[in-house]
Design a protein around this ligand. Structure first.
Ligand code: KG4
Ligand code: ZN
Length: 336
């Protein structure tokens, strides 16, 4: 059978990325141009700067992805692109680019939900993984606990009521002067700290046991820092980072295990930028082993934003017959 080759483009936030994916699960290339160095100066992503950088980089990134995969535009079967959620100006760059290529080459255009992409990252290195399974999605903008019922088909069991998990990491990191992006920095600093040193609250949501809330733990960290400053005491940043991280990870694992039990799911996956967190990966692996569940997680490079995951999701959408027209637009608040 002829191979199906998809060129995927991702530009929803601060990574300009392109990838060529063969038959849904084989990544022929995965090029990511990160803007972190630019946004670091401002302590977070500046939307206009992100859009401007995407427009500068997008052709170069695609060219490199085609070259690494040793294919040309003529070999492709479809173009996949993230069309939401994300920053509108950033998304528009990828969408316009994908449309231009699809139009010029008369190729089908497949718009992809960014979060569907994150979940699909799990298919890359786990050939045995097929729906249904339970997936914890933890990124900078989203925290969802979902049952993946089929490819691209989700039942949402829980979500955050306030901050996303990654957002909490970023805000706490900023408060202790670690800079942007905070998640990886807290992950690293925590290794030198004692996670039992400070007890931060673990929020429970009465009416939905699978929902999350991270604003309480974030406020508790900020209060802890303020009180230490008022008393003229030095904050042990490593202990604080480790204790905060433990509080977040405990809740993520606990809710996931509860949902797995309640819904009789024995395959558990994690996805999104925070899924590259070492403590979360280890804790989830341990909990899954204790409960006899099979645990799946993408390599860290496929957890944070990339186009390979978009190519995988685009493939399954393409096989289902999803096609977008020339009116495809960026949808910044696209629902799952
Ligand atoms: O999935 P992602 O790359 O972009 C979004 O779709 O949001 O996630 C980015 C988020 C940021 O908040 C970043 O701080 C967090 O993921 N993150 C981490 C780690 N690496 C990235 N959080 C905790 N530990 C990490 N190692
Ligand atoms: Zn993402």
């Amino acid at each position: 059978m002829k191979d199906t080759l998809i060129l995927a483009i991702e530009s929803s936030c601060d990574e300009t990325a392109a990838s060529v994916v063969k038959n849904g699960r084989t990544i022929l290339s995965n090029v990511i141009s990160s803007q972190i160095e630019l946004h670091k100066l401002y302590g977070g992503v500046v939307p206009e700067i992100a859009s401007r950088k995407h427009i500068e980089k997008v052709n170069q990134v695609i060219e490199e992805a085609l070259k690494d995969a040793d294919v040309t535009l003529d070999d492709l079967d479809a173009i996949g692109v993230t069309y939401g959620p994300g920053l509108v100006g950033a998304l528009l760059v990828g969408v316009a680019e994908a449309k231009a290529i699809a139009y010029a080459k008369k190729l089908p255009l497949v718009g992809v939900h960014h979060i569907e992409g994150h979940v699909s990252a799990n298919y890359i290195e786990h050939p045995d993984l097929e729906p249904p399974f339970l997936c914890l999605i933890v990124s900078g903008g989203h925290t969802h606990l979902v049952i993946v019922k089929d490819y691209g088909e989700f039942e949402i069991l829980g979500r955050t009521r306030d901050d996303a998990a990654g957002e909490a990491f970023d805000k706490v990191a900023r408060a202790i002067g670690l800079g942007y992006p905070g998640g990886p920095k807290i992950d690293k600093l925590s290794k030198e700290g004692n996670s039992e040193a400070i007890v931060f609250p673990r929020a429970k949501i009465g009416d939905c046991p699978y929902d999350f809330s991270f604003s309480g733990v974030k406020s508790a960290v900020l209060n802890y820092i303020n009180q230490a400053q008022m008393k003229g005491e030095e904050v042990n940043r490593a202990d604080l980072a480790a204790s905060f991280q433990k509080a977040v990870v405990d809740v993520l694992v606990e809710h996931t295990m509860l949902a797995a039990k309640d819904y009789s799911m024995d395959k558990i996956a994690i996805a999104g930028g925070v899924a590259s967190n070492g403590t979360l990966r280890a804790a989830m692996e341990k909990a899954c082993a204790q409960n006899g569940y099979k645990f799946y997680r993408p390599s860290p490079i496929f957890c944070t934003d990339n186009a390979a995951m978009i190519g995988v999701a685009a493939y399954y959408e393409y096989m289902k017959g999803t096609r977008h027209g020339w009116d495809l637009n960026a949808v910044p608040n696209l629902k799952l």
